[in-house]
Design a protein around this ligand. Structure first.
Ligand code: SAM
Ligand code: SF4
Length: 327
């Protein structure tokens, strides 16, 4: 079992499989993209599989595949097949923009990979296209409806962006009204790869909640897992639920059970921290299993207590993009 220096159990790995993406969400990266990693700098699928196995043997029992857009890797399904065979790994989930997932839905279902988070920050086509800078609205909506119909557990992640999509907050709840999905509203974070000036917390979770309360005064809080980053609510008569994630206010650090590894091997113990080590070349070297384990233990043994403490360690300057960190 992995336990950090603040006695928090670490059992959840967020594994970014690429930094590339076919969208250009303006809160995530600049219009022309970022300086993407060269192919040989990225873990191969075989390496991702081996790395996952090492971490599962250390006590990781939940892996979320993220990116970049995970499905830009055409061989992603090979990794997913490997993960489903790992004894001790109880939960495999994916975060995706739902543009490229369509052809894989049948196999994902057969593999039992049911938990899919879709990033969708608008219910209107115009706002979607302005934010993502791409014309993929129909594909994304079709795939979401297909996933719901085929029995996936779909959660929508919606970043609330001042001046861009606040008008869609209430219309987006139609998805939770008509379908058993969870719509989760997130605070924007300062990881946009320099795409634009970050305006701290113009819409924090309290403002989002009071905005929803004006339209639906009788929503009720429902229980959430102890390690959940979201607070969740039910509106009477709705099939699904909604939630808020205080990703910038950081109210959840006390129960954080997460470790992040990027597609190039950076180990990140807190979203607001700089990478503490890189394990790619170690994994590619001799006796790699034991050496990777040592690095992971070292990283987990020196985690910041909160995101605010992690931020102070580098004077709060952020030049990175969420497309490398994976969210
Ligand atoms: N491409 C996939 C997707 O969009 O779901 C996976 C990678 S994406 C970087 C992972 C998550 O990070 C998404 O839910 C996205 O909305 C979120 N994200 C990206 N930039 C962000 C920012 N500046 N603030 C808050 N969340 C952000
Ligand atoms: Fe791509 Fe996801 Fe970033 Fe949007 S949030 S640009 S879909 S990686």
């Amino acid at each position: 079992m992995l336990v950090d220096n603040h006695n928090r159990k670490i059992n959840y790995l967020r594994l970014a499989v690429t930094d590339r993406c076919n969208l250009r969400c303006n809160y995530c990266m600049p219009e022309n993209g970022i300086d993407f990693s060269k192919k040989n700098a990225l873990f191969t699928i075989e390496e991702l599989s081996r790395l996952s196995g090492i971490l599962v043997s250390q006590g990781i029992d939940k892996i979320r595949i993220t990116g970049g857009e995970p499905f830009v890797r055409k061989d992603l399904i090979v990794l997913l097949r490997d993960l489903t065979k790992m004894i001790g790994l109880k939960d495999i989930s994916i975060t995706t923009n739902a543009t490229l997932i369509g052809p894989y839905l049948k196999e994902l279902n057969a593999l039992g990979i049911k938990n899919i988070n879709v990033s969708l920050d608008a219910i209107t086509r115009e706002t979607f296209e302005k934010i993502t800078r791409r014309d993929a609205y129909d594909t994304v909506y079709d795939n979401i409806l297909r996933m719901i119909a085929e029995g996936f557990n779909v959660r929508i992640n919606y970043i609330v962006l001042k001046g861009q999509n606040t008008g869609d907050i209430l219309p987006m709840l139609a998805l939770a009204k008509n379908y058993n999905v969870s719509v989760r509203y997130l605070e924007e974070m300062p990881f946009n790869g320099g795409s634009r000036h970050f305006e701290a917390n113009a819409w924090d979770y309290k403002r989002i909640l009071s905005h929803i309360k004006e339209a639906y005064p009788d929503f009720e809080e429902i229980p959430s897992e102890a390690t959940s980053t979201s607070m969740n609510y039910k509106i009477p008569g709705f099939k699904g639920t909604f939630g808020v994630i205080p990703s910038f206010s950081r109210t959840f650090c006390g129960s954080c059970n997460r470790l992040r590894i990027t597609a190039t091997g950076d180990v990140i113990t807190c979203l607001y921290a700089q990478p503490c080590t890189n394990i790619r070349d170690i994994l590619r070297g001799e006796s790699s299993g034991e050496k990777v384990k040592e690095q992971i233990l070292k990283a987990i043994g020196s985690r910041a207590k909160t995101g605010f403490e992690a931020q102070q360690q580098h004077q709060g300057t952020y030049t990175n993009s969420m497309t490398t960190i994976g969210g």
